[in-house]
Design a protein around this ligand. Sequence first.
Ligand code: GLU
Length: 443
Amino acid sequence: MVRVRFAPSPTGFLHIGGARTALFNWMYAKAQGGQFILRIEDTDLVRSKPEYLDEIMDSMKWLGLTWDEFYKQSDRFDLYRKYADQLLAEGKAYKEGEAVLLKRSLDKEIMVDDLIRGRISFDISFFYKRDENNNVVLGADGNPVIKDEVLLKTDGSPSYSFACVIDDSLMEISHVIRGEDHISNTPKQIGIYNALGFKYPKFVHLPLILDPEGGRMSKRAGATAVTEYRTQGYLPEAIVNYLMLLGWSPGNNQEKVTMTSALKTFSVKKINKSGAAFSIEKLQWLNSQYIKEMDTVQLAEALVPLVAAQYPETKIQRPELEHMAALYKGRMNTLLDFLDWTDFIFNDQVNFEEEVKSKHLSQDMRKEFDLLADRLSTIGDFNVKAAEETFRAVVAELGIEAGVLVHPVRVALTGKAVGPGLFDTMVLLGRERTVRRLREAFK
Ligand code: GLU
């Protein structure tokens, strides 16, 4: 049975790289009919914070990465102590003050078999103690000093590697799937497996996420915390889709992938070795695709809290919001974009982009605007068809091309040079405001 785990330390928000690790574990479990375990590595009692724990669990649930089992290492200190005592009794570990260290066994080089990288071997020099300039420290006998592994720290808390090995074994983890930054921990942990006589899991080290310049993913390339993407109006489906492409591909250059189809082909062996470049543009594009496909009622539902936060006083009701969602869903990269597109509906005054205003409203069209306003005031039902017919009739009467009037009118009504159909926009805005904005445009 495949049993995998995601083992975050609650010392910060769920990072986009952590979310990718969680996702690959989760996908592997789902693809194999296995189990996904969430294990909180909160052994650092000073840096671990309950608010980070809450945030990590919340972000995982938001992404849909639910777990089958849950553990917290701070509940398991007695267990780590028991194994440390056992190693002390067997003479495999020793004490230095209050810390318990594992004696490094020097008989063989340590091999790590990684499912995507193959065999990686670490010879004994990997364990040499080094000074701050990375020079090997020599002992009194002139030989390099070997660094022994700390198992329990002076305050009685276990080291990351010790707790990790005990838990991965007792929780019967079949595959340890984690970031490449942990490769150097794996040989140390293998030493602990050997000392305890535990069987190793299989190891998979995921490629790093890189920024476009090839450095490690940082704030420069985009937000690093999942929660920031959430507040910026990204959909969980788009983030999950994007994250799965960071190191894995469904083939055929396919980018938009449903989870169901991804799970049919997902395998850890097909994960890339080389770093995966983070591209905010691709994430935005995927997000726009998911928004476009969203059911309008659901989209409006998702927009409610954003609208309420921006316009607490608004009287706009759900049907109107749905109407707006339908008109703008093809133009949004993020949910927040909706607020930029529709400010002219929520606000009494139009917010003109200066450039747009000087381009389209510099020529005085008072006469044309007034005629259009007069005619729009008198039609019966103010619907898209009637608005369009009225507009065409006015243009014909004035003997001008429709295009001459379309752009200035759009700018006068919305402050923007682009948007959905002009007549849809008029109806959205309502007759009264449409007419008023036309009359006031050149005042
Ligand atoms: N707590 C470790 C981390 O946050 C987990 C590493 C592992 O998966 O073994 O990076």
